[in-house]
Write a protein of this length. Structure first.
Length: 290
């Protein structure tokens, strides 16, 4: 039966250090500022922001940088014995929702934009980290879906699942990303310092663990009644967006809506090759922090 595609979406901002010892709290952007499903949550496992298009904006990133990233990075640095005023580099790609460096001003914290021409090739989040998180999320989601076969079926599951479920799955998925995955994701940017001799790219979590997860899920599914799943179908689901861009593009109707409402926030939902004024490149950022 044909079903109308849901327009519900969440945008997630991830950040972690190269040593793999600290993952910043996820920033999740939804559509509703005060979702009914979140009213009963006493402890929010993620940072939550909202706008009409569920997209990250320069204002949201600036607020995250000043009020969350800098304090978190400073607290972690002191926890591991570094000086309170140690130098910190934040690597960003040229996504249009990332503000110019002059708007990200903090003592001894250096926002550094990756070169536009090769950002997608060396951005650590694109080399196993985001993929591992998505894999964990899909694994959790599929378990819930399989379990629904005995508690009302898929239709009941679709009606019951909400933003709280998504946020809890996201938080658990992010917690499931291992230190090794975080470290190995830097192999193209800093190969000499990040990889041990015995480590190989194909061993990075998110690239070869899905077959094991699929076998586990298949075993779980067989315990349920009326569930007909194939191992390859599960692997396909877990790898469902291998080639998908990290940023959701706006639809034509959304673009028209944005143009007709000039006072609305810039949703920043597409990659751009525009150079920011006073941009600090990777080499300058590393030199400043050394």
């Amino acid at each position: 039966r044909n079903r109308k595609e849901s327009k519900e979406r969440l945008t997630v901002l991830t950040c972690a250090n190269a040593a793999g010892t600290h993952k910043c709290k996820l920033l999740v952007v939804g559509k509703s500022a005060k979702p009914c499903a979140l009213k009963g949550m006493k402890i929010m496992p993620v940072l939550y922001e909202a706008n009409k298009w569920s997209c990250v904006t320069q204002e949201i990133v600036s607020n995250w940088f000043h009020h969350h990233f800098v304090p978190e990075a400073r607290a972690h640095s002191q926890k591991i014995g570094l000086a309170a005023d140690c130098k910190i580099v934040l690597l960003l790609d040229n996504y249009s929702a990332h503000p110019p460096v002059e708007q990200l001003d903090a003592d001894n914290v250096f926002p550094t934009y990756l070169p536009t021409s090769c950002a997608s090739l060396i951005q650590p989040m694109d080399h196993g980290i985001t993929k591992a998180m998505k894999s964990h999320y899909r694994n959790s989601f599929l378990r819930r879906l399989v379990n629904s076969y005995n508690t009302g079926g898929v239709d009941a599951f679709k009606k019951a699942v909400n933003i709280e479920d998504a946020i809890l799955c996201l938080a658990n998925a992010w917690n499931g990303v291992t230190r090794r995955t975080l470290q190995n994701a830097w192999h193209k940017l800093c190969p000499a310092s990040m990889l041990n001799d015995e480590d190989a790219v194909e061993n990075i979590e998110g690239f070869n663990v899905n077959k094991a997860k699929a076998a586990d899920l298949l075993c779980y599914a067989k315990q349920m009644q009326s569930v007909d799943l194939d191992k390859q179908d599960i692997v396909t689901w877990l790898n469902g967006e291998d080639d998908a861009p990290g940023v959701q593009q706006a639809t034509d109707s959304e673009i028209i809506e944005i143009v007709l409402e000039p006072k609305s926030e810039d949703i920043g939902n597409s990659k751009t090759e525009d150079n920011f004024s006073n941009e600090i490149n990777v080499e300058e950022g590393i030199n400043l922090a050394s």
